[in-house]
Ligand binder design. Structure first.
Ligand code: SF4
Length: 364
């Protein structure tokens, strides 16, 4: 895959764009003013693999809490601002690593200029975040609806406004809750700007539907080489967003989502071992073990000899089922036969052992 190389924009210890790895973001859903609750959620997100976290700053209490949050947060913190430019300034003063504004609802250009001035002084970037509901009237009139062209034009216009105030550390996002519009918008944006792009399908829904919709939208763009940071937004615990984002990034073959990926066959009339139970048990154990592999490790759980040995051979480790037993493969070699008469236990135990061994070997 050839990735679009965008302008590098620094955020804390990371670089967004510039051909660096795609960074995973999420957003806290605690009251930001409750610094302890917010920090505890940020730590859970960071543990799950979140690179950058966004917190709403909707009043002065939130802005004040940012000092404490920033002091202890293990990852860069973005302040999400709507309507009140003074809160953007207060958040920058409190040490936010990036400010997200929608120039369309911040008010007069003078106010945007004031935000740019403080962010330039503090050397922190601004994300201009546009969505379907915020497209300016004249652009809506021109296109008749918040189409991909309208969203793209609105986002480019927002970036140009910041440039007028001599501000260039810009990240752009233009989101729609419609998957196809999101894909088209970001393709247009990527063709028209070299600023890094944050991608996501906004308000994508509950955990199951939201993951599918986000994967269709974000996954298509990532496979096009578009996108420097992503957020899978779900109506669920934010940690679920990170778990889904990591699986999606690994599926797209991207760096930064080093994870243990389970490949499992869908089962059919030939299946004589409990494939679903073994795969589910393995997934549970991998998540509980909080493994930190250095690369994507693929583990195959296959039901029979039709595709099983082929897939298991391609994977780092895997099993191919027989009648109540399974062959355990490691890098294409059969290393032993495992009984599956005890359900998922022996097979998942042995696969976990192999996964740990692979990680140890990788770590030297
Ligand atoms: Fe069926 Fe075997 Fe394919 Fe699994 S690997 S779906 S058991 S044919």
């Amino acid at each position: 895959m050839i990735r679009k190389i965008t302008k590098p924009v620094l955020i804390g210890p990371y670089t967004i764009g510039g051909g660096g790895r795609v960074l995973i973001q999420s957003m806290t859903n605690t009251r930001t003013s409750d610094a302890q609750a917010t920090l505890s959620q940020i730590r859970a997100l960071a543990d799950a693999g979140c690179d950058i976290v966004r917190c709403t700053v909707s009043d002065n209490d939130d802005a004040r809490a940012l000092y404490q949050i920033k002091e202890s947060s293990p990852i860069p913190v973005v302040a999400d601002i709507h309507f009140d430019y003074r809160l953007a300034i207060a958040a920058a003063e409190a040490g936010a690593d990036k400010i997200r504004i929608n120039p369309g609802n911040i008010g007069s250009d003078d106010r945007v200029a004031a935000v740019c001035r403080v962010c330039r002084e503090k050397k922190i970037p601004i994300r201009v975040g546009i969505n379907s509901g915020s497209v300016e009237k004249e652009i809506l009139n021109k296109y008749g609806a918040p189409t991909a062209e309208a969203l793209c034009e609105s986002a480019i216009k927002a970036a140009r406004l910041l440039e007028r105030f001599d501000f260039y550390d810009i990240v752009i996002s233009a989101k729609s809750s419609d998957v196809v519009t999101t894909i088209m918008t970001n393709r247009l944006l990527s063709a028209q700007t070299d600023y890094p792009i944050h991608i996501g399908v906004t308000e994508s829904g509950t955990e199951r539907a939201g993951v599918i919709r986000s994967s269709a939208g974000i996954g298509s763009l990532l496979c096009d080489g578009i996108g420097d940071t992503i957020r899978i937004s779900l109506s669920a615990d934010p940690v679920k967003e990170i778990e889904a984002a990591r699986i999606l990034m690994a599926a797209c073959g991207l760096r930064g989502a080093e994870t243990v990926e389970i490949i499992a066959c869908p089962t059919c009339g030939r299946t004589r071992v409990p494939v679903m139970e073994i795969a589910a048990e393995l997934e549970k154990r991998i998540a509980a073990a909080k493994l930190k592999p250095k690369r994507r490790i693929r583990v195959a759980v296959m039901g029979c000899a039709v595709n099983g040995p082929g897939e298991a051979r391609e994977a780092d480790a895997g099993i191919a089922g027989g009648d109540g037993e399974a062959l355990l493969f490691r890098k294409g070699k059969i290393i032993e036969k495992i009984s599956c008469r005890d359900g998922s236990q022996s097979a998942s135990n042995r696969l976990m052992e192999e996964i740990r061994r692979i990680i140890e070997e990788d770590n030297g």
